[in-house]
Every structure is written in structure tokens, then in C-alpha cells.
Write a protein that binds this ligand. Structure first.
Ligand code: HEC
Length: 232
């Protein structure tokens, strides 16, 4: 009897665990992809505004992104709070960021990956472009804490960036400006587009997801996404 009870409980548990899989039917790849693309669509290959960006501009922006000289005590670069080294997430592990002078902010740093696809920047959307956004951390006292845009320009000249600015902004008399630094940082960040397997699958590569992952997406789609859409 005891054994029978145990068997019954085990069978019931297995049934509950299998319930989602059992009640969803497996859609063929093409159909699942079509639904998925209607819901998300793959990420575009380029970011809005990148049409005017050149390799020289993005390369300058990349150097500036890692330039610690652009903080009050030369301890911090954009990369300190938006770590891109290796395959990092473009953010940092702290719950709220800490600036060059040790002051803590009030917010968690957002990732810079895909940020240029957002129509507004920051948690509260207070900047409407990557160009406008980039100036803010350079001057914020709880971030990189430079005293002014002029100080940024002085540092950049001192650190030998003039030729790189000249290459990035040909035909400008004196291209080492705060505005141009922000423009270059934005151009670099417009290259930060993630390429993950889900996107590859959405673009048509059947093998980009494993059979198990497709089964999971099937279940999620039919049991979570579809009911949520129907309930609206
Ligand atoms: C001290 C840490 C710190 C530094 C240094 C820093 N950031 Fe940030 N960054 C943050 C935090 C925190 C936020 C979110 C703030 C908010 O929403 O109010 C943020 C937000 C952003 C966003 C908005 C992303 C989105 O999806 O809205 C971008 C882009 C960005 N930072 C780029 C930069 C660049 C470029 C630099 C260097 C010039 C830089 N950051 C330096 C902490 C930092």
C-alpha cells in the first residue's frame, strides 16, 4: 500500500512537471519563426543615425570610451561602469554606480549594448540621443567629474588625440571639441549591436537554436505570450 501511494505521488508529480509540454503542440520552425518575428523581429544590422559615421570616427570614440584621463582624477573611463572587455555586458555589478571621486549615484548603470536602438537614453529618458547622453557622465560630479567641456578638450590635446580628431573630422579647423568627443563616443556606441543565437534563428538559421530551446520557446509562446496577447 505504502509503495502504491508513493508510486501515485511520483506519477502525479511527473504529470504536473510535464503539463506545459503536454498541452502545447510543437509548431514547425517556419511558423514559430513567423510568429516570433511578428512579436520581436531580429535586431537590425545597423543603428539609426549610423549612416554618417565613419571608421575613423568610431575608432576615435572607442579610444575615448576607454580613456581614464577623461575623469577628474584619471581613475575612471566610460568602460569602468559599462564594461565591454571580453564578452562583458556593458554594465557593472554594483547596485548603484560609484564615481571617480568616490561619490555614489542613485541608479544602476544601464548597458551600452544596443543603447542606440532606444528612442530615449537613461532610465527616465532625459537624453534623446547618444550624443547628448555622452556629455553627461563626463561632467556629473558623482561620475567622471570633469569641471567643464573645456577641461575635457585640454586633456584630449595633452594626451595627443589631435591627429585622431583631425582624421575623424576632416575639414574642421580645430576639431578637438567637447561636442566632437560626444559625437565620436556616440558613433562608437552605434557599433555595439549584440548578435545572439535567437536573432540568428529569427533571421532564418534553423540550427542557431537547439531542439530543446525551440521546444521551450514553443511552450513559452503558446502558454505565456499568446494568452497575454489574447487578454489585452
Ligand atoms: C560612474 C559610473 C558611470 C560612468 C563612468 C559612465 N556611466 Fe553611463 N551610465 C551610468 C548610470 C548609473 C546610468 C543610468 C543613469 C540614469 O538613468 O540616470 C548610465 C547610463 C548610460 C547610458 C544610457 C543607456 C540607455 O539605454 O538608456 C549610456 C548610453 C551611457 N551611460 C554611456 C556612457 C558613456 C559614453 C560614458 C563615458 C563618457 C559613461 N556612460 C560613463 C553610469 C556610468
Amino acid at each position: 500500500m505504502k509503495q502504491n501511494n508513493a508510486n501515485f505521488i511520483t506519477t502525479a508529480l511527473i504529470c504536473v512537471a510535464l503539463l506545459p509540454a503536454a498541452t502545447s503542440y510543437a509548431l514547425p520552425d517556419a511558423q514559430l519563426r513567423d510568429l516570433s518575428n511578428r512579436l520581436f523581429g531580429p535586431l537590425p544590422d545597423t543603428m539609426p543615425g549610423s549612416g554618417q559615421d565613419t571608421a575613423a570616427l568610431a575608432s576615435l570614440g572607442q579610444q575615448l570610451f576607454f580613456e581614464k584621463g577623461l575623469s577628474a582624477n584619471e581613475t575612471q573611463s566610460c568602460n569602468t561602469c559599462h564594461d565591454l572587455t571580453g564578452s562583458k555586458s556593458g554594465t557593472e555589478p554594483l547596485s548603484v554606480s560609484q564615481g571617480a571621486l568616490g561619490l555614489t549615484g542613485t541608479r544602476n548603470s544601464l548597458t551600452v549594448w544596443n543603447a542606440g536602438f532606444q528612442f530615449l537614453q537613461f532610465w527616465d529618458g532625459r537624453a534623446d540621443s547618444l550624443e547628448e547622453q555622452a556629455k553627461s557622465p563626463l561632467l556629473a560630479h558623482h561620475e567622471m567629474a570633469l569641471s567643464s567641456g573645456l577641461e575635457a578638450e585640454r586633456v584630449l590635446r595633452e594626451r595627443g588625440y589631435t591627429p585622431a580628431f583631425e582624421a575623424a573630422f576632416p575639414n574642421q579647423g580645430d576639431p578637438v571639441t567637447f561636442d566632437n568627443a560626444a559625437r565620436a563616443l556616440a558613433a562608437f556606441q552605434r557599433t555595439l549591436i549584440t548578435a545572439d543565437r535567437f536573432d540568428r534563428w529569427q533571421k532564418g538559421d534553423d540550427n542557431a537554436l537547439s531542439a530543446k530551446e525551440k521546444r521551450g520557446w514553443n511552450v513559452l509562446y503558446q502558454q505565456v505570450v499568446t494568452p497575454a496577447i489574447m487578454a489585452r
